[in-house]
Design a binder for this molecule. Sequence first.
Ligand SMILES: *[C@@H]1O[C@H](CO)[C@@H](O)[C@H](O)[C@H]1NC(C)=O
Ligand SMILES: *[C@@H]1O[C@H](CO)[C@@H](O)[C@H](O)[C@H]1NC(C)=O
Ligand SMILES: *[C@@H]1O[C@H](CO)[C@@H](O)[C@H](O)[C@H]1NC(C)=O
Length: 345
Amino acid sequence: MGYWCLTWLSFFPLYRTMNNFLMTGPKAYLTYASSVRVGAQSAIQECKRQFALEKWNCPENTLSLSPHNGMRSATRETSFVHAISAAGVMYTLTKNCTAGDFDSCGCDDSKIGQPGGVGWIWGGCSDNVAFGEKISKQFVDALEDGHDSRAAVNLHNNKAGRLAIKATMRKACKCHGVSGSCTIQTCWMQMADFREVGNYLKLKYKHAKELEMDKKAARAGNSADNRDAVTHTFLIVATTELIYLESSPNYCVKNQTLGLHGTEGRECFKEDKNMSEWEKNSCRRLCNECGLKVVKKRTEVFTSCNCKFHWCCTVHCEDCAHVTVKHVCGRKDGGDGKRRDRGPK
Ligand SMILES: *[C@@H]1O[C@H](CO)[C@@H](O)[C@H](O)[C@H]1NC(C)=O
Ligand SMILES: *[C@@H]1O[C@H](CO)[C@@H](O)[C@H](O)[C@H]1NC(C)=O
Ligand SMILES: *[C@@H]1O[C@H](CO)[C@@H](O)[C@H](O)[C@H]1NC(C)=O
């Protein structure tokens, strides 16, 4: 378990803070550490799901390699990673709070008993997102100890992630009255499924805005000017929007320096049955757009079959082979898609 956590979470920026807190932080943080860990894991999972059929598919190692280069670049993709991490941590903390896992917090009952609208009043257990927000900030935002433009951008995206939780919250109600006549309802606010938060942030990712600022000044390291430039730019970008500074590297090609695998060998889906447009286009997106071709890969899978019951009491089965066909991206000169070293011509 320890190793598992390390290999997964060390790729995520959160792990660093968590570690710091665990070793040096106030005791109160220990209470939340496991919740933060669960939140970070659900963020990774959601990131992988949202980007499963994209050129960049949320590989952990792109986030870990050289914390002062890879991770520190502020691309459209890292903007999503920051937002989903902050959101995941806030989400789990809030869920834990609602479930009564922490002594220090409970439902948000600030509106209980107040009229909400026609035929309903506030009641029930509203998710205490203010609590989740506060603790998530303390864990996740603490990573940004720099004062450069990237830190400012990351903090902005963390915040956008937390706002996504609030933006996707919805009202849930319960009927009261004689035999369920529903003459009056009590309602509370609850968080959407985390999947929905992921969908919401994926949309924000698509519309993420590149900050137009003086990049020469940024590179020159004049951090004071830099911060002013960023602050100024922030005034015109809504806090709900994701922002980035640098254009993305080419995710088609393997780049060891950046920890990128490229799309060669990735599976895609040929049009069939009930696929979403997104799935239908996956081969074009992953293979063709990257100068690769789509190759069929046959694999034999053996499963038990023709099982017979013998008195008494054994079951004999045969192994039957099923051929499954997958589509993967392969090099145009690679023939059958198996990786080959290019030999002499
Ligand atoms: C918080 O909830 C998660 C499940 O969502 C659970 O695994 C974890 O143990 C909870 N944390 C605490 C401190 O109870
Ligand atoms: C890998 O990425 C670095 C940094 O963006 C770039 O300078 C280099 O050319 C890339 N290498 C390849 C093989 O594309
Ligand atoms: C395709 O999707 C529709 C609606 O989502 C569903 O009603 C239908 O049964 C599906 N067809 C197949 C072949 O899966």
